[in-house]
Design a protein around this ligand. Sequence first.
Ligand SMILES: Nc1ncnc2c1ncn2[C@@H]1O[C@H](COP(=O)(O)OP(=O)(O)O)[C@@H](O)[C@H]1O
Ligand SMILES: [Mg+2]
Length: 320
Amino acid sequence: MNILILSAGTRNKVVQYFKKTLNGEGTVVATDCSELAPAIYDADKHYIVPRMTDDGYLDEIIKICKAEKIDGVLSLIDPELSLLSENEEMFSQVGVKVIGSSYDLCERALDKYEMYKWLKKNGYNTARSYMDKNEFYRDLEAGTISFPVFVKPARGSASIAISKVYDKETVELLFDHDDGLMIQEFMNGQEIGADVYIDMISHEVVSIFTKKKIKMRAGETDKAVSFKDERLFALIEEFVKKSGFNGQIDIDIFDIDGEYYISEVNPRFGGGYPHAYESGADHMKLIINNLKGISNTRNIGNYSEGIYMMKYNEIMIKSF
Ligand SMILES: Nc1ncnc2c1ncn2[C@@H]1O[C@H](COP(=O)(O)OP(=O)(O)O)[C@@H](O)[C@H]1O
Ligand SMILES: [Mg+2]
């Protein structure tokens, strides 16, 4: 069972976990467009590839798939998820399964305002959001929303260009300088992360790991603690099934006075996934089973509460 991890970047743990779970039963191949991507050196084999947006990128990846007899491919960065799902057929022709969700779902997950509209339409609690600042001002006057609010790029990631805003002048300033911004109601509550696996054969939710985020740093969860709540598991399962996600996903949720609000979904391994793996939620195993044609049995919340994750920095030294 050979796995190809695209745009591995600094996600060394994801590469290591695949190797550990495969335990010699197959090869882990990783790619990146930079030779300064530490995670590729943890793989059994690595390739430096063109940028994802370059002509001929896909051909290069397909060539690697053939040469390495790859069974399943996944990417660790958002913009590449749509590219993979869009070309699922091309991969399948060379015997490779794309581990991920459909093109439409990848696109919706990329756009926070599209996700907002879908959540609203389907009756889920979520932060009130606006692309039109005048619509926001009208609601401000009407008293249905108040400062502070969050202003962020609707298609952003990694907390880049996110601001907590306390007045109209700042909203104006931000909107003058950037396009594609979204204004969002401030979620004053406990932030939660969920790592979820949807079986790629049965399409059932088979694993959920949830953690309370204690501290965020540079757009990532820096410290977190595992917890369990059956009501949250039920909400996640229902939401994920209605949406139609597949394979590995990561969901951001807020708990505000006991009500859960769905914030966003990343249809890939999130940066905080190591917490789940180390607590017993081995989703690499679930992926490998699916690639072997085996569907996984439901095993939700099979981990202990009160397991803490504390991030720290590592370095890799290399000469070329
Ligand atoms: N409406 C909001 N209310 C409170 N906190 C927010 C809100 N929007 C964003 N944040 C904070 O900023 C972080 C990043 O925002 P998010 O919408 O998840 O974008 P991304 O992770 O794609 O950069 C969140 O994890 C949260 O800590
Ligand atoms: Mg997020």
